[in-house]
Design a protein around this ligand. Structure first.
Ligand SMILES: *Cc1c(COP(=O)(O)O)cnc(C)c1O
Length: 416
């Protein structure tokens, strides 16, 4: 493809035929006719998930009952799936565990980071971080009552804001709205040079872009199971703690499954060795089973191939928007340099909400983010190139016909 020539649907069909990830599409159950550009918000369902969930419910729970904690390995699932996710983020064995939600893991990780730097009082983040991360930091500092503050710096000013009073730098690697990607290695280095702990939220990174927490020297990380890992709605999240910190972490949520001997039923809390100590209570086994199916599919793919296709899909989508719809109608909010963004593109449009409603009615599913953003996620395992053409063609038609301008498209839904 010459970058100055007009793209045709035929060009994209040729890319599909040559796509090394093409075979993964069949490992997902996607309704016929749907173009799914929202896997960054809720990943599609792997085809193997229903059978696995049915087996867990009918055989493991229904037949084997409580014996399943031992005979079906339920008690090992958090660590086992954690280790698999660890491979996707460059962690070593025993550094990652699946537990709780991302929000709760942010709480646990932040509290741990603050304890590692007791003499410092500042949590540093950015104003456009995913709100739950900021809310959790606000709640934690209020609860601790020890004079901690949340300081916010714009992305370009983060590095200079890492001063000697910062206990922990908490950033989301790929921004949920714009897709902007931080330089993990560089910022982690800066945090360490200033004596701070580094906490990364990998919700929009894991399974989407190569991550190397070991290479970057990351201290703490959290991430999400239901986005690019395709673990299902509300799937359990994960927490990474670098080995060197594990012995020094006194879990704020000191639950029985983080105890050194849960089944000794002792009266006082003693943390388990290693990553197990950040586990809290009994995990949702049915959801863990579904998550493992998604993670296994992802592990079969090369993350470099996923990234290469994701970058190419983003570049092509943006070219098609310019070519078919024209500059000026949609304003790209994501970084223009593909190396600087994750696996999504965002465009501002004054009528973004009704436009997205109209798109979804025509089976092109992206999403809307406040205040005026159309967001399109690229999930290379199950999204084809020709679908990009069809998505942009649908968007073009909706804009040309003003098909979005109907009263029922204007009312906001509860979940956007
Ligand atoms: C999706 C997302 C979350 C989700 O948190 P939950 O507790 O699972 O609802 C957290 N942080 C970021 C950056 C996200 O993108």
């Amino acid at each position: 493809m010459n970058s100055s020539e007009l793209l045709t649907r035929g060009d994209l069909e040729a890319l599909d035929r040559a796509d090394p990830l093409r075979g993964f599409r069949d490992r997902f159950a996607i309704p016929e006719g749907v173009i799914y550009l929202d896997g960054n918000s809720l990943g599609a369902m792997p085809a193997a998930t229903p059978a696995r969930v049915r087996k867990v419910v009918e055989e493991e729970w229904g037949r084997d009952l409580i014996r399943s904690w031992n005979i079906n390995g339920w008690i090992d699932l958090q660590r086992q799936i954690g280790a698999k996710i660890g491979r996707l983020i460059g962690a070593r064995d025993g550094e990652t565990i699946v537990a709780d939600s991302t929000s709760i893991n942010v709480f646990k990780a932040l509290a741990a980071g603050l304890e590692l730097r007791p003499e410092r009082k500042v949590i540093l983040s950015e104003p456009d971080n995913f709100p739950t991360d900021l809310y959790v930091a606000q709640g934690l500092t209020r609860y601790l009552g020890r004079g901690h503050t949340l300081r916010l710096a714009e992305p370009n000013e983060i590095e200079s804001a890492i001063t000697s009073d910062v206990a922990i730098v908490m950033l989301t690697h790929v921004n949920y709205r714009t897709g902007r990607m931080h330089d993990m290695r560089r910022i982690t280095e800066r945090a360490h040079a200033a004596g701070a702990i580094m906490l990364w939220d990998l919700a929009h990174s894991t399974g989407a872009v190569p991550v190397d927490v070991t290479g970057a020297g990351v201290d703490l990380a959290v991430g999400c199971g239901y986005k690019y890992l395709n673990g299902g709605p509300g799937a359990p999240a994960f927490l990474y703690v670098a080995q060197r910190h594990q012995p020094h972490i006194e879990p704020i949520l000191s639950g029985w499954l983080g105890h050194a001997a849960p089944f000794a039923f002792e009266q006082s809390y003693r943390p388990a060795e290693g990553i197990d100590r950040v586990s809290v209570g009994a995990p949702p086994i049915i959801s863990l089973a579904a998550l493992e199916v998604g993670v296994d599919v992802m592990l079969d793919a090369s993350i470099d191939a996923v990234r290469a296709k994701s970058v190419q899909q983003g570049v092509i989508f943006d070219r098609l928007v310019a070519q078919e719809i024209g500059q000026g109608t949609l304003t790209l909010v994501s970084p223009t340099d593909p190396a600087m963004r994750g696996s999504q593109l965002c465009y501002a449009h004054p009528n973004a909400w009704p436009v997205m409603r109209a798109l979804i009615d025509r089976e092109v599913i992206g999403d809307f983010r406040m205040p005026n953003i159309l967001r399109f996620g690229f999930t290379p395992l199950y999204l084809g190139y020709a679908e990009l053409w069809d998505a942009v063609a649908t968007l073009k038609a909706i804009l040309a016909e003003r098909a979005w301008d109907r009263p029922e498209y204007h009312a906001l839904a509860t979940v956007t």
